[in-house]
Design a protein around this ligand. Structure first.
Ligand code: FDA
Length: 451
């Protein structure tokens, strides 16, 4: 058994940020990772000749921790393609094109959407996303689903469906009836306000040259050789006030401190001796991953651009509720065009029960509804498999069920003896995003360095 100042479990951005900061401060650190690669939910992969962002990819201007790290690592960025008109399919099933942020809905629906946006901005401005349970209306907002809250606010179904889309399918990737209005406000507050979520040009602003996985890959490269152990899942942690030992199939490693830099849902999969305090085990049973299938559809050319379309498409009523031009602008000589689309929560349940070919046909028919007949003929089609990956089991991130953010939230980041917990899922600003992973990593590293 080897001794370290700190053993970090998980080589996602959170774990690698912690390891980098501790190493730079002269601490001995080991990172133990279950997968045979670093990056966790970030994976930039060549799939049959097409480079794809299988996991996270976009960077927005409010994500200042991520922007600073990208700068520190010397990585470059480029803007997402957005020239041309966007597409919206409303409750009447009619396809309409539009420019700017406002969906082409009736004047009354537009006014209701504007009013709801202002109300959510107001509630988010009252919240410190690190402590959402301290919001003045926390108890009340946590007891009601976001769908019920929306129904109390307006009789306009299309306004409700669109506002619900921005937080339900598009962010928490759960149906709006299954999470609380407080969780919805947290999602908005963590991104600097609900208006940011409504603005695709803001929230999906830029991409990293070479792919966002270059962030964790570069972080791992800066650590001394041998610091990151790949392919070693931690199955057991023995701990006392003096330190903790983690056990994998290959060995055991002792740290004065151990950080579980894994999603909360995977914390409970490890055996703890002695067991974690009851509130810790209970709390994490009230947290679950959302479900979204990230779809990558590549064509011989980005044909939609010739039609004057940006590639951006939305409909709360369609199987693929949002889609964007995801062509790799950073690859010299790339002539193909790639669309990325998302199929979330109950719609994802529906397609995941189908065989692969039927599923693909349904997705392509949906895209044809947005972009026309040419969308039926891709040269490459791929579905990100996060929901079947045992080291994630869902996408994009995890969130509490109704009533549990106020009941358990204050225990989320509490240490247990020498055990610390960290991941983007328990971040304040940048919640469920890479920015939050970095913020959590920095905070835990600072806490350990102060001790
Ligand atoms: P992460 O899950 O990445 O890392 C945890 C690590 O722990 C994993 O490597 C896992 O293998 C390991 N592990 C788990 N259990 C273990 C055990 N018992 N022993 C050892 N290792 C163990 N964000 C964003 O900013 N912009 C975006 O565009 C997107 N889009 C997006 C799309 C998709 C499809 C997904 C799935 C996610 C996103 N995200 C995103 C979210 C973003 O990817 C995510 O918030 C962070 O990458 C999470 O980083 P963490 O390090 O916190 O967890």
């Amino acid at each position: 058994m080897t001794d370290f100042d700190v053993v970090v479990v998980g080589a996602g951005v959170t774990g690698l940020t912690i390891a980098n900061r501790l190493h730079a401060a002269g601490r001995s650190v080991l990172v133990v990772e279950a997968r045979d690669r670093v990056g966790g939910r970030l994976l930039t992969e060549d799939v049959e000749g097409v480079r794809l962002e299988v996991g996270g990819q976009w960077v927005s201007p409010d994500q200042t921790a991520l922007l600073a790290l990208i700068d520190e690592l010397g990585l470059e960025m480029y803007a997402r393609y957005r020239a041309g008109k966007s597409i919206y399919i409303g409750a009447d099933g009619v396809r309409r094109t539009f420019e700017g942020e406002q969906f082409p809905v009736s004047d009354t629906t537009a006014a209701e959407m504007e009013r709801l946006t202002k109300e959510l901005d107001r509630l988010a401005a009252q919240m410190d996303p690190l402590v959402p349970w301290e919001h003045p209306d926390a108890e009340q907002l946590d007891r009601i689903s976001f769908a019920a809250w929306l129904a109390n606010q307006t009789d306009d179904a299309e306004a409700r469906d669109n506002i619900g889309l921005y937080i339900g399918p598009a962010m928490l990737t759960k149906p709006a009836h299954s999470f609380s209005a407080l969780s919805a406000v947290l999602m908005a507050a963590s991104a600097g306000g609900f208006s940011h979520l409504v603005d695709a040009d803001f929230i999906l602003d830029r991409r990293v040259v070479g792919g966002l996985q270059r962030v964790p890959l570069s972080l791992a490269d800066r650590l001394p050789a041998g610091t990151v152990h790949l392919g070693e899942a931690v199955t057991k942690v023995e701990w006392s006030e003096e330190g903790a030992t983690v056990f994998t199939g290959r060995g055991s490693y002792r740290g004065r401190d151990v950080v579980m830099a894994v999603p909360p849902t995977l914390v409970n999969r490890v055996q703890y001796i002695p067991a974690l305090p009851p509130v810790q085990a209970q709390m994490r049973q009230h947290i679950s991953f959302g479900l979204v299938v990230k779809l990558h559809i590549t064509y011989a050319t980005p044909f939609w651009r010739d039609l004057g379309l940006s590639g951006t498409a939305f409909s709360p009523y369609a199987l693929v509720h949002e889609a964007y031009d995801n062509t790799n602008e950073d690859i010299d000589g790339e002539t193909r065009g790639t669309l990325v689309g998302f199929c979330s929560d109950v719609k994802a349940d529906g397609i995941l029960g189908l065989d692969a070919e039927t599923r693909k046909q349904k997705v392509l028919e949906c895209l044809a509804g947005y972009y026309g007949e040419q969308a039926l003929h891709p040269v490459h089609y791929y579905e990100s498999p996060w929901m079947a990956d045992e080291w994630t089991v869902g996408a994009f991130g995890t969130s509490f069920d109704i009533g549990s953010l106020t009941r358990y939230g204050r225990h989320l980041r509490a240490a247990v003896g020498p055990l610390q917990f960290a991941s983007s899922d328990i971040a304040g600003l940048g919640f469920q995003h890479v920015d939050g992973a970095i913020r959590m990593g920095e905070a835990v590293a600072a806490r350990l360095l102060e001790a």
